[in-house]
Design a protein around this ligand. Structure first.
Ligand SMILES: NC(=O)c1ccc[n+]([C@@H]2O[C@H](COP(=O)([O-])OP(=O)(O)OC[C@H]3O[C@@H](n4cnc5c(N)ncnc54)[C@H](OP(=O)(O)O)[C@@H]3O)[C@@H](O)[C@H]2O)c1
Length: 315
């Protein structure tokens, strides 16, 4: 029996759907039944029920967005750092392997070769970065799992949310047997206020930057494949290979969905951060090569976006 934590959430629901589709036996546990975020009740539950594997899709995200975490720091720290740490130690004590939903938002920027070797560029809005993306995309690389998070409490600035996610990884890495599955900007064909493609269509103004993305159902399938295919434990960037700019995504939306409205971009970071956002936002390119080399399939991001938009289901 598998145990799924956070099953009522946006990502947890996708795990439920996929586990049901696969005919896997699982229990979806909510805090309303057992407060699994505290060590003692969690340990007792695990000891009594002995799941073969635990999927942790629970965490504190901030609603409607990460800005809310700046004013709920204790809840954010508890949900994203202290709770995963408790889970890791309870699982390790009982020899139960688990997978933890982490985030790519602990990184900023990408590796780029401007002509003098590879360097990390945190600001992908620079004209010289955009020129390389347009003309020599082979000179841009994503962050792999060996890279230390550079949008974290240890490498500031960062949002409080990102800081707690990075510290969460640090607290559980190598404790017992676990997967750390990094999710990045989920999207799929179901119109929903949590879906990146819905958000873009509803924003008053769109923020343009480069990012790697994760198709929600591709993501949960890949995570479960890690466990069922016995992929070695460790950290995995679970993103659809490649990256896109928000402007490119918007062009695909215009082309395929033909929305009635016009779209406007924030002029620059100054305008975005003085008017549209409180916390610093992570924009980053991830390298999902480790996952693919381990034999887990993910569609390239452009293909996933086009197929998704062609299958779009308005709310
Ligand atoms: N959505 C994204 O854009 C995104 C991107 C990257 C990473 N992630 C990560 O994915 C995980 C799930 O995110 P989500 O978007 O599915 O979040 P969500 O919709 O808010 O759901 C999270 C679930 O976690 C449980 N939970 C446990 N402790 C909580 C707490 N202190 N506050 C709120 N909920 C708590 C709740 O389930 P019960 O109360 O029923 O147990 C809740 O339904 C998180 O770790 C998040 O950091 C999300």
């Amino acid at each position: 029996m598998l145990l799924l934590l956070g099953a009522t959430g946006y990502i947890g629901q996708a795990f439920q759907t996929e586990l049901t589709r696969r005919g896997e036996r699982f229990v979806a546990l909510s805090r309303s039944q057992v407060d699994y975020t505290r060590f003692q009740p969690l340990y007792e539950y695990l000891k009594a029920n002995r799941p073969s594997f635990v999927v942790n899709a629970a965490g504190y995200t901030g609603k409607p967005n990460v800005d809310a975490c700046e004013s709920a720091k204790a809840d954010t720290l508890q949900g994203n750092t202290l709770f995963p740490q408790a889970l890791a130690h309870a699982c390790a004590a009982l020899d139960i392997p688990f997978g933890h939903v982490s985030s790519g938002c602990i990184f900023a920027g990408a590796w780029v070769d401007y002509g003098n070797g590879w360097v990390v560029e945190k600001d992908m809005t620079k004209p010289e970065f955009k020129a390389i993306a347009a003309n020599s995309p082979e000179k841009i690389r994503g962050f792999d799992e060996c890279m230390i998070p550079n949008f974290s409490f240890r490498d500031q600035p960062c949002s409080f949310y990102s800081g707690t996610k990075a510290l969460g990884e640090e607290a559980i890495e190598g404790v017992g047997q676990n997967y750390i599955w990094r999710l990045r900007i989920p999207f799929d064909e179901f119109d929903n206020h949590r879906n990146y493609l819905s958000k873009i269509q509803r924003y008053a103004k769109v923020y343009n930057n480069f990012n790697s993305l994760s198709h929600r159902s591709d993501y949960v399938k890949a995570c479960l494949d890690c466990w069922f295919q016995k992929v070695p434990f460790g950290i995995y960037n679970v993103t659809n290979p490649g990256y896109v700019s928000t402007a490119e995504v918007l062009e695909m939306i215009k082309d395929i969905l033909k929305p009635a409205r016009e779209f406007e971009f924030w002029e620059n970071d100054d305008e975005f951060y003085t008017t549209g956002a409180v916390a610093a936002r992570s924009n980053c390119i991830m390298d999902s090569g480790k996952l693919i080399e381990a034999g887990v399939e993910m569609r390239p991001v452009i293909e996933a976006l086009k197929t998704t938009l062609n299958e779009w289901k308005p709310e």
